[in-house]
Design a protein around this ligand. Structure first.
Ligand code: MN
Length: 227
């Protein structure tokens, strides 16, 4: 093997409830997957799913503090169900899609909303709006063998103890199985991939000092504080 000019970066690991860790390969995110949130962002609800991504090392775990990112004055929270892929596949049939899921978690798709608005207006990518450092605080993952495949359940986010977002997994426009089937027609999914499945209505800005606590019924929690 060729001599490495610097050490291989540490793998990105998400703790698993009860022990162990999930090594992260890629993070895909679904846009506008709850009708009420699509409407609050000014869109109708009948378009095909679309995706953007975050770098794997944007993950922040263990309730660690998130540094308020640079180049924004409008950092938003988006609470989301996270799907953890455990088995490789391409062109996955919807009926087989959940066989590729190892488990689930709760995550925050933190967003520089002002940069996203500029990018949308200019027809540019969302990289700086969505894929910045520490933009993906995640709670512990839990195996589907323990909780099954949740299709309903309250999803909510509190900021400093006050509820800001509330929805139900049953309100997702594209189910987890449909999302996996669609995504796997465009890219090969592999064990270690995470899919953030979109946020319910109520997104809004946070400031330094704010404590964020998210919860999905039957799945788990996520928390961070902005510093
Ligand atoms: Mn999102």
């Amino acid at each position: 093997m060729a001599e490495l000019i610097f050490p291989v970066p540490e793998p990105v690991l998400v703790p698993i409830r009860g022990g162990g860790a999930f090594p992260v390969r890629r993070i895909y995110c679904v846009g506008r997957n709850y009708a009420e949130h699509a409407r609050e962002m000014g869109h109708d609800t009948r378009e095909k799913p679309f995706f953007f991504d975050k770098p794997a090392d944007a993950v922040l775990t263990g309730g660690a503090a998130m540094a308020y990112p640079p180049q924004t004055g409008d950092l938003h929270h988006e609470i989301e169900l996270v799907v953890a892929i455990g088995r490789d596949g391409s062109d996955i049939a919807e009926a087989a899609a959940l066989d590729h899921v190892w488990g689930y978690g709760v995550g925050l798709d933190m967003t520089r909303r002002d940069l996203q608005a500029e990018a949308k207006k200019a027809g540019r990518p969302w990289t700086f709006a969505k894929g910045f450092d520490q933009s993906a605080p995640l709670g512990e993952l839990v195996g589907a063998e323990a909780i099954g495949h949740p299709q309903r359940g309250a999803i909510r986010l509190l900021v400093n103890g006050v509820e800001r977002q509330r929805g139900d997994l049953g309100e997702q426009i594209w189910s987890v199985a449909e999302t996996i089937a669609f995504l796997s027609r465009f890219v090969g999914l592999k064990a270690g991939d995470l899919i953030m499945t979109g946020t319910p209505a109520g997104v809004g800005a946070v400031s330094r000092g704010d404590a964020l606590e998210g919860e999905i019924e039957g799945v788990g929690r996520v928390r961070t504080v902005i510093v």
